[in-house]
Design a protein around this ligand. Structure first.
Ligand SMILES: CC(C)(COP(=O)(O)OP(=O)(O)OC[C@H]1O[C@@H](n2cnc3c(N)ncnc32)[C@H](O)[C@@H]1OP(=O)(O)O)[C@@H](O)C(=O)NCCC(=O)NCCS
Length: 179
């Protein structure tokens, strides 16, 4: 069921959305340090990544206004080895002119709710760079704890870039063991 708030609809992404999602991500790859990619993936590659996530039933959502995608967010496995199976990593990107309006909170809250309902126990954010106040504050506002920083693990735009790690327990977290 799509969710609506102030004319913005939150809904599941479909394959057709990647004509709009690709340029959003490409902007952040080319101009920001949030992604450690340097060459933007094309629409076909983004669809293929999406299909891999959907095959695992992971949530992938867009915030849409009058048919225009303003931003998107998804969760995927944190790491592939089986003992990590209750842990997911989130990703979120908005059109540059849509930041700071609460859309990040709207989208990420829904991804958190879906992952919690699906039985995941921990969500990790791996944030580039230390100066990404928007992402750090978004995650903090939604209850993520600061775990620490890997300094200078990336090199982009001719400078070293940190990874900031944040984490949120979902549902019972490390409480009761899963069935
Ligand atoms: C990170 C991003 C998704 C945040 O979404 P957003 O819609 O701008 O965030 P919101 O408006 O929902 O704000 C969430 C919180 O962060 C704070 N915040 C948002 N932008 C901020 C900024 N630039 N500087 C400081 N704080 C900021 C808000 O004040 C709010 O905190 P509060 O609830 O305590 O008041 C968005 O800015 C973005 O797409 N950035 C570029 C890509 C990126 O960094 N993605 C994250 C990859 S890890």
């Amino acid at each position: 069921m799509p969710l609506r708030r102030n004319g913005v609809v939150l809904r599941d992404v479909t394959e057709d959305d990647f004509a709009q999602i690709q340029p959003i991500y490409a902007h952040h790859v080319l101009h920001g340090a949030a992604s450690f990619e340097e060459i933007p993936p094309d629409v076909a590659e983004m669809r293929s990544r999406f299909a891999a996530l959907k095959a695992k039933n992971m949530p992938y959502m867009a915030a849409v206004e009058d048919g225009r995608i303003l931003g998107y967010a998804y969760a995927g496995p944190y790491r592939t080895r089986p003992a990590y199976r209750y842990t997911v990593e989130d990703s979120i990107y908005l059109l540059p002119d849509q930041a700071g309006k609460g859309l990040g909170k709207l989208l990420l809250s829904e991804i958190i709710a879906r992952c919690t309902a699906q039985g995941f126990r921990q969500m990790i954010a791996i944030i580039g760079d230390s100066n990404n106040a928007g992402s750090i504050n978004l995650h903090r506002a939604l209850g993520f704890a600061m775990i620490g920083t890997f300094p200078a693990v990336g090199f982009k735009f001719g400078r070293w870039i940190d990874s900031v790690l944040m984490q949120k327990a979902l549902g019972p977290g490390q409480g009761s063991l899963p069935e």
